[in-house]
Design a protein around this ligand. Structure first.
Ligand SMILES: [Zn+2]
Length: 470
């Protein structure tokens, strides 16, 4: 599943809203009977078999335009890189619209109950995809994750013959693990980062986290998933649990755990013991600093210069940024920083990125200020950061609704050296998922490192290579 996709957007709405939508879905099925008489039958799905899919290895989600290509990419790396067992009878049923999809008879009480995945679900070695939900422009990274997750369920079925009566946390955690490995193999997001991220936002919910034993049956899984921060407490927790199981047993792969005996052996003792182990592991991920330090906003000077290494899927390059003048953007006094990408305007009081111009045209601008930083910085400080960014390259806008928090002071090793930094984390207001991480260095007067998840390019990372500030 998930990410900032619509499906998760769907989950972000309140649970009441979700229940309402569920009832509507049910209702829709009955209403369909009437529509059928009036409008004809919902269309049969288009079926894709493994043999129809060519080898495809997109270096960036931008290269993907269709569900077929996303599936081809997933199956290519599962077969060639990850050496996962082949799902010989795999087929994908693509439904042209939601009416056709729901007419198939999505029964949410059946395994797997991927409510989060209203756009797709798996059944035995088939996956069913609602193309209507795939046609928005949020980018293919999140959809590819979702499809890889569903493909994970088909691997589970293929290996086990049937999906055995395993705990829900393991079934879903395993599917998430497959998605994380697919992203790693594609070079889109390092597996360690996926686990780091899941651990971070699961740890943030530690006090409200269910016990693993609560997540054994599907009804409870369901109920928890539909509550606040539901995907974090179920899917992410499941992923962390599977990874923890692998770490404890020094296993490189979760595939062997699909055998009930191997699973029981890896578990070693009880689910409760594993639960305790994970919770103490997560407690270590909670940031608790007693430092009383306060960091004030810096003053940049004309000529200040930073060089970053920028990594995102399919790209690894150096970016040089130089402060060339001061100006105003919609009346806000700004520093203008020049790079190959154009001129970027940063608010002088907050260092918020306001806009980026190239050849006199806006490439990027925000409708309200992106408060990545809130001065002065001190541990434990929290603030809301809601803004909309317009991006010319994708001809679209993206909304961010984040809760930012200064989590800690820590030393960070980057090419520019070991820098003391203030760690700032941004979590989705509704989802609770970790979306951005910044390491602000007072010495460099700018970020020593940053990571952004779930962007159009999937995952973005920047690291300071060198700097010269006055
Ligand atoms: Zn699932």
């Amino acid at each position: 599943m998930h990410g900032t996709l619509n499906l998760v957007g769907f989950l972000r709405s309140s649970s009441i809203e979700i229940l309402r939508q569920f009832r509507q879905q049910r209702l829709a099925k009955y209403l369909l009977v009437f529509f059928v008489a009036a409008c004809g039958y919902p269309e049969r799905p288009r079926v894709i078999y493994v043999a129809n899919l060519e080898t495809f290895r997109p270096s960036s989600p931008r290269e993907i335009k269709t569900v077929e290509q996303a599936l081809a990419a997933i199956i290519t790396v599962c077969r060639d890189d990850l050496k996962f067992p082949p799902v010989r009878t795999f087929e994908a049923n693509l439904y042209k619209n939601s009416q056709s999809f729901s007419s198939y008879g999505v029964d949410w009480r059946m395994f797997p109950t991927d409510v989060a995945h209203m756009a797709a679900f798996a059944q035995e070695t088939k996956i069913h995809v609602d193309l209507q939900k795939f046609n928005d422009d949020t980018g293919w990274a999140t959809f590819t994750w979702l499809l890889a997750h569903e493909f994970g369920h088909t691997i589970h079925h293929e290996v086990s013959g049937v999906i055995p009566k395993t705990d829900a946390w393991f079934i879903e955690g395993f599917a998430e693990w497959v998605a994380a490995k697919v992203f790693d193999a594609l070079g889109w997001e390092d597996y360690r980062y996926s686990i780091h991220r899941a651990s971070k936002h699961t740890a943030r919910q530690l006090d409200n986290l269910p016990n693993l034993s609560d997540l054994s049956d599907l009804q409870t899984w369901y109920r928890i998933m539909m509550a606040n921060y539901g995907t974090v407490k179920t899917y992410s927790f499941g992923l962390v649990a599977v990874d923890r199981l692998l770490q404890r047993r020094n296993l490189a792969s979760a595939i062997p755990l699909l055998s009930a005996n191997a699973f029981a052996e890896a578990l070693g003792g009880s689910v409760d013991a594993l639960n305790q182990d994970i919770k103490s592991y997560l407690a270590r991920h909670q940031s608790k600093s007693n430092l009383d330090e306060i960091v004030q906003a810096p003053h940049w000077q004309i000529g200040d210069k930073w060089t970053f290494r920028l990594r995102r899927p399919g790209l690894n390059s150096l970016v040089e940024r130089v402060l060339i003048r001061t100006d105003t953007f919609i009346g806000i006094p700004s520093y203008v920083v020049k790079s190959e990408a154009g001129e970027a305007f940063y608010a002088m009081d907050s260092l918020a990125l306001l806009a980026q111009m190239k050849n006199g045209e806006y490439e990027y601008r925000v409708s309200n200020v992106d408060q990545a930083l809130s001065w002065p910085l001190r541990t434990g400080k929290e603030w809301r950061n809601n803004f909309t960014r317009e991006i010319a390259g994708i001809k679209g806008t993206r909304m961010a609704q984040l809760t930012m928090t200064v989590s800690d002071f820590e030393s960070v090793d980057v090419q520019a050296g070991r820098l003391k930094a203030v760690k700032i984390e941004g979590f989705g207001n509704q989802s609770g998922r970790l979306n951005v991480e910044y390491w602000y260095s007072p010495k460099a007067k700018w970020f020593a490192k940053l990571r952004k998840y779930d962007r159009d390019f999937s995952f973005i990372e920047e690291e300071l290579v060198s700097f010269r500030v006055q």
